[in-house]
Design a protein around this ligand. Sequence first.
Ligand SMILES: NC(=O)C1=CN([C@@H]2O[C@H](COP(=O)(O)OP(=O)(O)OC[C@H]3O[C@@H](n4cnc5c(N)ncnc54)[C@H](OP(=O)(O)O)[C@@H]3O)[C@@H](O)[C@H]2O)C=CC1
Ligand SMILES: CCCCCCCCCCCCCCCC(=O)[C@@H](N)CO
Length: 351
Amino acid sequence: MHIPENPIVIGLTTIAALLVATSLMMGFFTKNQMPVAGRNIIVTGASQGMGKAVAILLASLGANVTIVARDLKKLAAAAEEIQAVMNANSSKYPDQKLAVVSADLSDAENAARAVTESEAQIGETDILWCCAGGANPGYFKDYQPADLVWAMNTNYWSAVYIAHNVLQRMTSRPPPVQKYPTDGNHQRKIIFTSSLIALCPLFGYSSYSGPKAALRALTDTLRQECLLYDIGVHCCCPGSILSPGLDNENKTKPETLKKIEEEDDVPQTPEDVAKYCLEELQRGQTLPVTSFLARAARSAIAGPTPRVGFLFETLLTWASTIVYIFVRRGHDGYVLQEKKAKGLPWENKDV
Ligand SMILES: NC(=O)C1=CN([C@@H]2O[C@H](COP(=O)(O)OP(=O)(O)OC[C@H]3O[C@@H](n4cnc5c(N)ncnc54)[C@H](OP(=O)(O)O)[C@@H]3O)[C@@H](O)[C@H]2O)C=CC1
Ligand SMILES: CCCCCCCCCCCCCCCC(=O)[C@@H](N)CO
């Protein structure tokens, strides 16, 4: 047998062999890791934006869905849309159930009540997908303490209290009987929604990057703990979503943050975000993202978080670490432009 000695040939052969090996290993993950037909799913923050799009997508795929938010009027409007999707499905998925629960999830008792009401109407929970959240961008020094508490309540506690309650219930009983037992891995799941901001914390999001990064850290801890119970824990990290929440936060967003986002982030529709997140979850990804840029940001900070497609992810980690030197300089550049335009605050009485 002829053994090539040319280092380029050896190098290329090695890379080709590694690629073949990873694609073979990827075969282990081709099974759908999150089938939803016939399963009971609670979606929080589902009266608008991403949460509503997630609820509609899950309904279109045959899930029983409970939508949770505070405002009853917005919930009723969303429920009408979701019910229409279920009605259109009725020949394929008969008996699909929809429940509507109004609760302020930043309160632990309300969060527990929401789960009780959901289970009374659609049955024992298979999947909890937390989408409730929101940002109030601004300058750290200008916030009132109540603004910081609001951000923590809206993003962290609104997800953690209900996840805690659902996990207590899930661990006290076996998984519900599955209606379509052969369509994939029916592991029960808790899914948080963080943000690309947790992977790349930026200027202007000081009230928000903390709670969102906390959800991501909690995911790593809980994922490991929940190996004990065969319950999956995941945390979606989308970039900007064209939602009512984004319109609202843009009213107070510092101009410099707008410039950074305009340069580095392409906003996506709630429907696309829901679809890409579900695809990543179905591949078994722990930190689903919705764009290549976000994938690069994820690879740069992944640490021990499991990643599907380890070879490509590792190469991307190396590349991102280097690219970040320039990306960060670009972002810092916008902030320094603001400094130049405004001057230092103690030298400028207008600021
Ligand atoms: N928009 C964006 O650019 C991005 C958003 N994200 C995250 O994605 C998720 C969805 O965002 P988006 O689509 O903009 O959402 P929106 O801000 O448009 O909607 C938020 C939803 O959460 C509900 N909600 C808020 N607070 C509570 C609460 N205390 N208890 C119960 N429900 C609550 C709201 O209903 P109600 O007010 O009636 O309670 C509403 O249904 C959020 O977690 C957000 O942080 C991540 C990346 C980018
Ligand atoms: C090599 C890697 C490069 C990575 C660059 C990353 C650039 C980051 C752009 C951040 C955009 C912010 C999106 C989320 C905003 C959000 O969560 C709020 N709007 C919530 O409502």
